[in-house]
Design a protein around this ligand. Sequence first.
Ligand code: NAD
Ligand code: UD1
Length: 340
Amino acid sequence: MTILVTGGAGYIGSHTSILLIEAGYDIIVFDNFSNASHESIKRVEKIVGQSITLIEGDIRNRTDLENVFSSYSIDAVIHFAGLKAVGESVEKPLSYYDNNIYGTMVLCEIMSKHNCKSIVFSSSATVYGDPHTTPIKEDFPLSATNPYGRSKLFIEEMLRDLHISDSSWKIVLLRYFNPVGAHSSGTIGEDPNGIPNNLMPFIAQTAVGKRSYLSIFGDDYDTHDGTGVRDYIHVMDLADGHVKALNIIKNLSKVMTINLGTGTGYSVLDMVKAFEKASGKKVPYQIAPRRAGDVAKCFADPSYAKKILGWEAKKGIVQMCEDSWRWQANNPDGYKGKSI
Ligand code: NAD
Ligand code: UD1
């Protein structure tokens, strides 16, 4: 089976590509490298011991996609490509609607034309907005507070409409909680541009000495220690969720919406302590005001993923921190450092 992996050079796409190849799939990575480097794919090739078909192109460009679909017989698409920074989406909403929504429209149009109607889409727990209770189940109310979140919500709706119009589409919407960690080799990992927005890369860069201290956004939330609680999930567990989604996709008769989280919430301070233990480094921090748009607690009820996909997260907080640290310590400048 041949899988097109859009955004396959990025953080989650590169880790998922490894498991897809190990599971026996042929993959084609399609990426415009707006937030990735060729080095990540070189390193994936080294891990899997084979070369990867890589197409540089943009999902908004019909010709780029036409070339791929007419050159290869593609059975399914795992669709990671898109922009993902919440703050940037507030400043540049049109870029987010263009890349994420319009890009997905063009992708689905070309897929349909080539009779490839199976897609696994990267959605996010952000679609739950500020949940009334936790753990969060898939049928909780949906809302968005920023253009990034709205793009995910709208794409989910668009894919549901597509299925209503043509039930031969097979669609899995995977709602990720907070992906962290890296491949155990320490050769690939998350490589944010500039100052990291997300907690784990910020902690890792502080531990390695690139940042002087972590700002903890609020210590007066209604949580066990006052800092925000999230469901951190190891990126290799997340990657495995995609392989499991492909296992069931052929037999689907309805759009499946599935949370991928561990079901356990950790606070910012829990993460700092776990990271200090895993790295043997101090992570200095200061308490700062709350970040606009943050919620107190967000963690999944992952039981539907277990029931439908036979999937559950296996890696805990220790492995998440150890693997993030290995990647950060070996690659303090990410992929911009030395080539391997
Ligand atoms: P990433 O930025 O590392 O990967 C996205 C990849 O898509 C990059 O390689 C980028 O170059 C590529 N890309 C962007 N726009 C493109 C376009 N128009 N055409 C072709 N390629 C394009 O991000 P990631 O963390 O790997 O996230 C993958 C997906 O998962 C995204 O859709 C993201 O919104 C979603 N997601 C991520 C998180 C997270 O915390 N990382 C959480 C929930 C959902
Ligand atoms: C953020 C995005 C969300 C996206 C998710 C995964 C916002 C408001 N939400 O979620 O849409 O789906 O990333 O990419 O940006 N924290 C600090 N200091 C830091 C960074 C974070 O204290 O320097 C805290 C946050 O307040 C939060 C926790 O760490 O309590 C996790 O933050 P983060 O990694 O940014 O993820 P989310 O806020 O869950």
